[in-house]
Design a protein. Structure first.
Length: 289
């Protein structure tokens, strides 16, 4: 049996479907079972609650061969690292209690980065905590999620522009979340691997944000521009939205690390996934647009 956390999220939802299609027995840990797709709910076992709760994990993990782990975002958390490590500590202790042999987690590319990197550093701290469980461990380590751009659909539609903090002429490493799910599914359906390791996974493109804007323009049939926003302006925007200073700092550190090349060392050695940016625009962005 494979236990999957966040089964209604951008990675967990396609992962569950891929595991079921492969004939795997799946149990999901979900805050609200009503959010599961009807056909999925009929095929899986359900442990309802949050996966930082030891009681919920004790209900989910007996008999599990493998666990898929992803920490859900929480903008109200005191800090990203506290949030990630709190979840990971509960998960690692439960893995030890129940003798789960394999854990696959979604982390971030950039392991070994020496500077503070906000949310990315929190993911690395999560890895260290889960590795202490002693289970065979794989940290699926992607760069920037293409799905982050979906939060700017209104701006793309109304202003003909999207914004990030990185230079418009510098390649940005990206990946589609469905490809993260596919990588995790491959690991979870073949548990012949041992030991603990990072698994960098990157999309096939080496586009700059300016290049991404050109592809968007072609696929959406209207001019789309890339507009760089400074880290200071980004921080001010998040404060105006009510974000705490720690949340702002975690995001600023993450984007600063991306601007400085946190993903670069992994790019050369990463497994290259299937979904290119043009296909993603056509199949994901255009319908949302």
């Amino acid at each position: 049996m494979i236990v999957v956390t966040t089964p209604t999220g951008q990675v967990g939802r396609p992962l569950v479907r891929q595991l079921l299609a492969a004939g795997s027995k799946v149990k999901v840990v979900v805050r609200d079972a009503a959010r599961l797709d009807d056909d999925v709910r009929e095929q899986v076992e359900v442990a309802e609650g949050t996966h930082d709760d030891p009681a919920v994990l004790d209900a989910a993990l007996p008999g599990a061969e493998a666990l898929f782990w992803l920490v859900p975002p929480n903008p109200a958390a005191a800090s990203a690292e506290e949030h990630y490590v709190s979840f990971a500590r509960a998960g690692g202790e439960a893995v030890r209690r129940h003798g789960v042999g394999h854990v696959v987690a979604v982390s971030s590319a950039g392991h070994g980065w020496a500077k503070p990197a906000g949310v990315l550093s929190a993911a690395f701290a999560m890895d260290a905590e889960l590795q202490r469980s002693g289970a065979a461990y794989r940290a699926v380590s992607p760069p920037f999620y293409l799905e982050n751009l979906l939060g700017q659909v209104t701006s793309i539609r109304e202003r003909g522009a999207f914004s990030l903090t990185c230079a418009g002429d510098r390649p940005l490493a990206t990946i589609a979340t469905r490809d993260i799910a596919a990588t995790a599914a491959g690991l979870l359906t073949d548990l012949s691997w041992t030991g603990q390791a990072d698994v960098p996974v990157f999309g096939p493109d080496r586009l700059t944000p300016d290049g991404m804007a050109a592809v968007m323009s072609e696929e959406l049939g209207r001019p789309i521009a890339y507009q760089r926003i400074s880290l200071a302006d980004f921080a001010a925007m998040r404060r105006s939205q009510g974000a705490s200073e720690r949340v702002v700092a975690d995001a600023v550190e993450m984007f600063a690390a991306q601007d400085e090349g946190v993903y670069d060392a992994d790019w050369a050695k990463a497994a290259i996934t299937a979904t290119d940016f043009r296909t993603w625009c056509r199949e994901v962005l255009a319908p949302a647009f």
